[in-house]
Every structure is written in structure tokens, then in C-alpha cells.
Ligand binder design. Structure first.
Ligand code: FAD
Length: 433
């Protein structure tokens, strides 16, 4: 898929400059044309897998949706049943390595499959590629020690347990600004004692362990693996949030003299923020992928509605203002997909994709919400009712503009990056003059 893209090393070897022009391109056009730099064709195996996932969504996930009625997240029993079914269909763990029982797709293949399974809110649960486990799986795969892999990663990848990620704190702690972290880890004999309060922790209820970000004594931000049966951990309450697709909902949790051994440190002490980057870009992107699938579902529902419903002597779909919404929504869907694929491509090249994931997250979160809102509007009262998926999708997609960095923080960092680059160019020019 997206085959034919020139890898970074090869690009340099071909003499392609940062604007994508070949050195001496006026003379060398034929060879460039014979090797396309961008190709959106998907490999036959990936197409087949995408079709299988689409069938699974239609035949298994969507029919199970009426059973997904809990206020604070999909019931674990339903999730387990769907995961068994996904294993039978050969579509479980698309993003996981084959060693971990997954399909071993790269980021680009994952983008295609996560979009497809996101068409139903139950799809990502079934395939074990839903947040927050999916982000934790990726981070553990990259950072965990062999013993941690065995204890946490292997059962998480199999879907036998769930996990959560504890970062956000009530004021005056860390929210949009992670450097405001207040949770501490004090050195004790043979380990650490963690104290602090976190909230909006997705999936805490029912999780077997959490990855907790805390400020380690004399070292700074550090990630710890904490078992949820640790007597120093407790769930204070489950918060009411507009969404209800995540098993366990979102909780406020307390770490109170929560003692863990040295072997609970994930990676190295003091490296918490750099490890957070490992999780950040891919986890942002997979959110974009799943929610793009949900936006497509909303759009398809709207198309059916406006084609079948008449007003003023014609189908709604013949009215210009309705058509404008349909057109704008499709442009949002297609642009979102392109930004996702570009970011996936950068990740597959081994880049951090910090910029690409930020651009994708900022655009896709807003675009998905626009698409869902357009669908609601053209469906009239049906759009805000239980007579279809739309009312639920508004509630599910709205928080996406806030978590994984509110849109404003992404816009802020995208702008600052441009200004820094401009300043560096200006300094370079001045030095060279
Ligand atoms: C459904 C849901 C699930 C979540 N799951 C988890 C989880 O599993 N684990 C976890 O640790 N956290 C989780 N969170 C928390 C999430 O990461 C935070 O909500 C997010 O980081 C923002 O922090 P905050 O809510 O404290 O907002 P604040 O920091 O209080 O910011 C409020 C608003 O201020 C504005 N703002 C902030 N910075 C800027 C800026 N630089 N420029 C302009 N405007 C700005 C934005 O509009 C922002 O929404 C979840 C949140 C939600 C809603």
C-alpha cells in the first residue's frame, strides 16, 4: 500500500531535495516518471483484509450494538465475546506483531484496518486495537523489559486483561501542560512509593494494571507499572463523560503511598517524557483512524436519509444546502485519510512524526466532529435521537477534540514550530551573508 514511496535514505541517494525535486530534474524527468513517488494503491492482501473487516463489522459488530448499553463503557463480557469472534475471523490484533498473536501490519496497513473497524464503536474493542490498550501495547512493545513483556504485554495482547494510562491530574496538576505533573514517586528500600491523584483515566475500572506517570525523587518524570490490586491504588469514582464506548469508563484514581519495586519502572528513571513521545504520535494517529471510520458511518447514514426523505416535493438530497453539507463532509473524510496516511508513512520510515501526527490530530478531530454534525443536521430529529447511530456518535466523538491534546495545543505547537524554523532560516541566512 502507498507503495513506491521513496524511503528517506533512498530519497537522498536519488538526489531528491527537501522540496521533492530531483537534482538536475530538467534533464532527468523520464526516470522520475517511471518511479512514482506517491502511489495510493493498496496491496491485494490488505484489500482482502479490509473487506473481511468490513464484513465482520456488518455481520458481527453492528448486530451486537444493541447489547452495548452500559453507561460507563462496553461490558467486558461483550468485549471478550467479540474478541473471540474476531480471532475466528483472523482479524484480531491488526497492529500487533505476529509474535504477539497479531497480524503484524505496519502503520500504513494499520491505518486502513483501524478506519474500517471504527465503522462500529465495537469494532476496535473486538480487534483489540481500542484506546487505551492499543497505545499501551505499543509503548510496552518498544520499552518493556523481557520480564515486563511476559507479565503485562503478552496477556494484554491476547485480550486476557485490560490496562489504563494515568497521566492527567485535577488542578493544579497536569492537563494540557504535562510539565505540571504533581504525582510523586519517593525512593524507598528496593523501590518507590507513589502518591497523587489522577482523573479521566480511561478503563481504570476493570484494568489489571496502569502505567502511571509520576515525578521520581531527584530524577523527574518516570513511568511506573502499577498492578491495580496494589493496596496503595484505589478508584475514587467513575466520572460521567459524554462518551460510553470505553470499557470501564473514565475514573478518578488515587495513589496513596502506593509501593512498587524497582522492577515496576518502565524504561529508565527520569525518562518519562521521552517515553510519552513513544506512545503519543502512534496513539494519536490510531484515534484518528478509528474516529474516521465512525465519521464515515455517520455520513453513510445521512446519505441514506437524504436520498429517502422528501420535503418540498423532492428528496432532501436534491436541495443545494444539503448537498453542500454532503460535499464538505466527503472532503473532510478524504482529507483526514490523506493526513493519516502521510503520518503513518512517516512512522513507517522510523520518524517520530511529531509534526505529522499533530497536524493529523488537529485536523481529524475537528473534521470528524464536522462530519457527524452535518449528518445530524441533514437528518433532522432522527439525527438527535436513538433512531440511528448519530446521537450516540455526537457524544462519542466530541471528547476527541480534547484528549490526546486539545486542538488548541496542537495548533499552538504547529505555529511555534513554523516560527522556530523561520528563525533558524533567518539566522542561517544572516550567518551566510
Ligand atoms: C474522554 C476522555 C478520556 C481521557 N482519557 C485519559 C486517560 O486515559 N489518561 C489520561 O491521563 N488522561 C485522559 N484524559 C484527559 C485528557 O488527556 C485531558 O483532558 C487533556 O490533556 C486536556 O487536559 P485538561 O482536561 O486538564 O484541560 P486543561 O489543561 O484544563 O485545558 C482546558 C482547555 O484550555 C485550552 N488550552 C489548553 N492549552 C492551550 C494552549 N496552549 N493554547 C490555547 N488554548 C489552550 C483548550 O481549549 C483546552 O481544552 C481523557 C479525557 C477525556 C475527555
Amino acid at each position: 500500500m502507498i507503495a513506491g514511496a521513496v524511503p528517506a535514505g533512498r530519497a537522498a541517494a536519488c538526489g531528491i531535495d527537501e522540496r521533492g525535486r530531483a537534482a538536475g530534474w530538467e534533464l532527468d524527468r523520464p526516470s522520475l516518471l517511471s518511479a512514482p513517488v506517491i502511489d495510493f494503491e493498496l496491496e491485494p492482501e490488505l484489500k482482502e483484509l479490509r473487506e473481511r473487516v468490513a464484513r465482520f463489522v456488518q455481520e458481527v459488530a453492528i448486530p451486537a450494538e444493541p447489547r452495548d448499553v452500559s453507561t460507563h463503557g462496553t461490558p467486558d463480557a461483550l468485549r471478550a465475546e467479540l474478541q473471540e469472534e474476531a480471532k475466528r475471523w483472523g482479524i484480531f490484533g491488526p497492529q500487533l506483531s505476529e509474535e504477539l498473536g497479531g497480524l503484524g501490519l505496519d502503520h500504513r496497513g494499520t491505518a486502513v484496518i483501524l478506519e474500517e473497524c471504527g465503522y462500529s464503536l465495537l469494532g476496535p474493542q473486538a480487534l483489540n486495537c481500542a484506546a487505551p490498550d492499543e497505545g499501551n501495547l505499543h509503548m510496552l512493545d518498544v520499552i518493556a523489559s523481557p520480564a515486563q513483556r511476559e507479565r503485562y504485554l503478552v496477556p494484554l495482547a491476547a485480550g486476557d486483561i485490560r490496562s489504563c494510562f494515568s497521566m492527567t491530574e485535577p488542578a493544579p496538576g497536569a492537563g494540557s501542560d504535562p510539565t505540571m505533573l504533581r504525582t510523586t514517586a519517593r525512593r524507598i528500600d528496593g523501590g518507590w512509593s507513589i502518591s497523587g491523584r489522577k482523573w479521566f483515566i480511561t478503563g481504570a475500572e476493570g484494568a489489571a494494571f496502569t502505567i502511571c506517570m509520576a515525578v521520581a525523587e531527584d530524577a523527574g518524570a518516570t513511568m511506573f507499572l502499577v498492578d491495580t490490586d496494589n493496596p496503595g491504588w484505589r478508584i475514587e469514582r467513575i466520572l460521567d463523560v459524554t462518551d460510553r464506548a470505553f470499557p470501564g469508563g473514565h475514573a478518578e484514581v488515587v495513589f496513596e503511598d502506593c509501593e512498587v519495586g524497582d522492577d515496576a519502572v518502565l524504561g529508565r528513571v527520569g525518562e518519562g517524557f521521552s517515553y510519552a513521545q513513544v506512545r503519543l504520535a502512534p496513539a494519536r494517529l490510531t484515534h484518528c483512524e478509528r474516529w474516521l471510520g465512525a465519521a464515515r458511518r455517520a455520513h453513510d447514514f445521512a446519505l441514506d436519509y437524504v436520498a429517502g426523505r422528501e420535503a418540498f416535493g423532492q428528496p432532501l438530497g436534491e436541495l443545494g444546502m444539503v448537498q453542500e453539507k454532503l460535499a464538505r463532509s466527503l472532503i473532510d473524510i478524504e482529507t483526514a485519510r490523506l493526513l493519516i496516511w502521510r503520518c503513518a508513512w512517516a512512522l513507517d520510515r522510523g520518524e517520530s512524526a511529531k509534526h505529522e501526527s499533530s497536524v493529523a490530530k488537529a485536523f481529524v478531530a475537528e473534521a470528524v466532529n464536522r462530519v457527524v454534525d452535518n449528518a445530524v443536521q441533514v437528518c433532522g430529529a432522527t439525527g438527535v435521537s436513538g433512531e440511528g447511530p448519530l446521537a450516540r456518535l455526537i457524544d462519542e466523538t466530541r471528547p476527541f477534540r480534547i484528549y490526546d491534546g486539545p486542538t488548541e495545543t496542537h495548533l499552538w505547537s504547529i505555529a511555534r514550530r513554523q516560527l522556530r524554523a523561520r528563525a533558524a532560516r533567518a539566522t542561517g541566512l544572516a550567518a551566510g551573508s
